[in-house]
Design a protein. Sequence first.
Length: 299
Amino acid sequence: MLFSGILTQLGINQGPVALTGHLHPDYDSAASCLLMRHFLHRLGIDAQICLYGQMDVHGAALLEKYGWNPASLFSPLPEDALLILCDCHTTKLPGRVIACADHHPTMEVPHIPVYQNRPASSAGRVIYEAAVAHGLAPDRQADFLALSSIYMDTLSCSSSKFQERDKPWIREIAARRNFDLPALQREGLCLTDLSQSLEKLCQNGFRDYTFGKYRVASSYLQMEADAPSLVQDLLRRCAAACETQGYDIWIFLCYIPLKKTTDVYRYDRYIKKWTREHHAALLSRGNNVIPTLERSLLE
Ligand SMILES: [Mn+2]
């Protein structure tokens, strides 16, 4: 039992309680620390949230939108802290780890006195269910954090991480609290706001790179469904930007998270042509697409 275990540990060990997530925390890390802090507070325990690394931009924006200040979750770790890991089961932080609540089960179980690590849609959901089992009644905020952590961690309930048994709970809690599920659905998919001007859209997520003598630019869209005419408009604009800004290559990525597809469009300034590659997977720009291009250019 997560919370009774934590209470036991706090009876044995002395020190300030610190909650943390994985390096470069995502929304679920932040939400699960907020949930843990909330429920511990109910049990009369004060805890500080000490996330570390760079928080992902979309997750931080969502927290802010719903009233939390992401920067305030990065308190420096107090000395002699008793650590509770949320959304992870190892940490780079010093201190004594007394508990973990995670959803990344592993063959190699670390030595943590209170170890709760099981398949779940989000770590927030693990903590929430443990609190309910401990007899704590979640308030509206806790319901929201648990629900939103599921949407944000599972591409809006579409990734393999999503647990089907959460569906009835999601429906019930959304109806009871009047949460806007379509809005969470959009947030979870990290969809690009397509109401922006074409000029802005063709620069969405812009990055540029220099590989040897080549200058490369890239931008992307994350869409709910195919939008061929919008994409054609944007490709024309990207090509024009490629020419005027003096890039050799422009990579334009169209992700459809729900269909798990990626279209990689590549414009070459010297042949003035686009090529398209379709992938039945969500490719990572930073880990797949650009490194592959870099290798091909430098060969
Ligand atoms: Mn997670």
